[in-house]
Design a protein around this ligand. Sequence first.
Ligand code: PMP
Length: 424
Amino acid sequence: MTLTAHSQPGARLPFDITRIRRDFPILKREVAPGVGLVYLDNAATSQKPVQVIAELTRFYRDHNANIHRGVHTLSVEATELYEGARVKIAAFIGASDAREVIFTRNTTESINLVAHGWARKFLQAGDEVVVSEIEHHSNIVPWQMLRDERGIVVKYIPMLPDGTLDLEVARQIIGPKTKLLSITAMSNALGTIVPLQEIIPLAKAQGALVLIDGAQSVPHMAVDVQALGVDFLAFSGHKMLGPTGIGVLWGRLPLLDSMDPFMGGGDMILSVTMEHSTWADVPAKFEAGTPNIADAIGLGAAVDYLSALGMDEVRRHEIEITDYALRRLADVPGVSIFGPMDALQRGGVVSFELEGVHPHDVGQLLDTRGVAIRTGHHCAQPVMAALDVPATARASFYIYNTTAEVDALASALEATSAFFGVGS
Ligand code: PMP
């Protein structure tokens, strides 16, 4: 028997916001009596459609068992569903072989896996890892830890005042000592889309490997690892309609084969004696212990949902809504927007400040009107330092957001601005 996930891969759906919103039960809830939810915190995590929720329930209700090596029916079914999700995810990112998809907990674990399994094995003191100033902490801290342990050098492509990267400096710092360029495709703090087509060749010309932090790009635009010509791609399921606790590291097969495992234990070995152990093949080598079976299957259903919409349509919708938000918020007294002002240069993220009002106060006042945004440093403290602000307020959009919700954000900000007497 071949089990496929119960969601419907393959069928293309029209991008109809009303229909899409019906798939997300949480969007109907009130956060206080009479106050509907306007969810604009998608860069932190996305909401989940009924198709994903149903897939999780169905797995636990009908198929739950541990995977691999089980001879009984449920174990075989669970294994087929888990491995089926791997195949879907491989196709979604253009991987040529599903064994290149490693299930992790999230982007953070995926990047740490490369730091431990590849960089610790192959890099020596003086070797350089190039990142950028707009990275999430998860693409800075693992390299700093390795620097302190092994003496590698971490270099940063700086941010320009408009939130884009300084490519002139990138050309200078990516050189013969660069062994890895580890860079985000899109900043979660500012929304900046990094021009990967210009930066990746700089690293490739030096024989360096390239890791893309796709936490913000894979959920929001078509990403094809072959077309990008990169070596690793890290992303999180929870930002792309999938469950929390499941993420992916994609890597080229020969590279993954050459790497050391990150964790030792069950399921990742070929043989164990009292003296020594040998490793299983990829991907099992990197999936020690019982994996997050249900959530991997849930992520497969999320990928079906996004594929049915079409990632080009997802991106088109986000450009439209971001463009509208940039124009609408610029009209609110006291609002300054950070990052590039062209919606084509940014994903669906608008980071801003309201003159004289702390971002946390902005966030709290917006919450009283049901508008959920994020405030803080967004795990990108170097970006805050470069902007010379302690924090920003950030609205971030996804497939179910409407221009009416942007209007709700703008009027809530206008009310906040009036409440604090901004500009008076
Ligand atoms: N990189 C970027 C660009 C992100 O936006 C995030 C999440 N905010 C991460 C990495 C880390 O993702 P996770 O917390 O799921 O590991």
